[in-house]
Design a protein around this ligand. Structure first.
Ligand code: DAH
Length: 333
């Protein structure tokens, strides 16, 4: 009897070891341990044994064999199920790399590069950096800058209006100058601040104009600031940003928010002049709008286009090229 049990057990274990799929193993469960299995047969025959001792030891042997077969089966199912799952996962994995050209190392866009360099240079000259909102009120964008609703200079700013509040009260800022007012309202002078950011003009784009572009604003407010400080700062900036071979000049101009106002040009080493931006002494009305007493404080401001600088620096023929995001263009810088 014991031999029969051992033989059935060995045969069962061999079958289990040979099975290679979970389905096969599940089928073996019934075959090896079910009512019609060899071990079940043995168990059913126990009653025919002559002595109690024989029944007892054979019964124990059958139970042990069944337990051993059960755990061999369970262990094998776990191993095979795991292997089947690995195969399935490997088969179902999506190889996204096959649709993906290995990327080269990226770099900042040329406008970002110019923006960062401008910040570096001005921070080196002792300026701090501030930013203001792109969606502005008419008051900050125009009125506080000495441009009341009827002011003719407003027509130079083709304005995008935002459908918010009273009609015409909210705009996409047309320049970074409104940040001057926000800075004066929140920072106690002396102020040595630059304010870079994105600006918007409702105009048709061409080789030198974009509807969305970038400016950097400068504002200095202190005691006894004069036009000479403005000219000196512009010149120091020009040399620090472009190089020692460059120079600068101021040409009389008009802006509502400065008096006197000027345009500043830079002289390239070959002697040609490049128009860069506007500047001037902050108008008393603007100081008052910023909450400062013009009797106590004076200052200068300047503003120019960042995209323009990037364009000139890299000899880009058409500013629109910079925003097509054509990788062949972007990769050059
Ligand atoms: N905001 C002017 C513009 O967008 C540029 C400008 C001119 C800024 C003179 C200034 C300034 O701060 O003093 O055309």
């Amino acid at each position: 009897m014991i031999e029969a049990i051992d033989a059935a057990r060995s045969a069962a274990e061999a079958r289990i070891a040979a099975a290679s799929t979970v389905d096969e193993l599940r089928a073996l469960d019934t075959e090896l341990l079910g009512k019609k299995s060899a071990l079940a047969d043995v168990k059913a025959g126990l009653g025919k044994l002559a002595t109690v001792e024989e029944k007892k030891s054979a019964g124990q042997a059958v139970n042990e064999a069944m337990t051993a077969v059960r755990s061999a089966l369970d262990a094998r199912i776990a191993v095979v199920a795991r292997a089947e799952r690995d195969v399935q996962l490997a088969a179902e994995a999506l190889d996204l790399t096959e649709h993906f050209v290995a990327p080269g190392r990226g770099r900042p866009h040329i406008v970002t590069q110019a923006w960062q360099r401008l910040e570096d240079v001005f921070v080196g000259l002792g300026f701090q950096v501030a930013e203001g909102p792109e969606v502005e009120t008419d008051w900050y964008n125009f009125e506080a800058l000495n441009m009341p609703p009827s002011h003719p200079a407003r027509s130079m700013h083709d304005t995008f209006y935002v459908d918010h509040g009273a009609t015409g009260s909210t705009v996409l800022r047309t320049h970074t100058s409104p940040v001057q007012i926000r800075v004066m309202q929140t920072v106690k002078p002396p102020i040595y601040m630059i304010m870079p950011g994105r600006v918007f003009r409702n105009e048709t784009t061409d080789a030198t104009h974009l509807a969305v572009f970038h400016q950097i604003e400068g504002l200095v407010i202190d005691k006894g600031i004069t036009l000479a400080d403005l000219a000196g700062t512009i010149d120091a900036f020009t040399k620090a940003f472009f190089g020692e071979g460059f120079g600068s000049r101021l040409r009389p101009s008009y802006f509502p928010f400065t008096e006197p106002s000027a345009e500043f040009d830079i002289r390239t080493p070959d002697g040609s002049w490049l128009e860069l931006g506007g500047c001037g002494m902050v108008h008393p009305n603007v100081l008052r709008a910023g909450g400062l007493d013009p009797e106590e404080w004076s200052g200068f401001a300047f503003g120019f286009g960042i995209d323009r600088m990037a364009k000139e620096r890299h000899g880009v023929g058409d500013v629109r090229e910079m925003y097509t995001n054509d990788i062949r263009f972007i990769e050059q810088f």
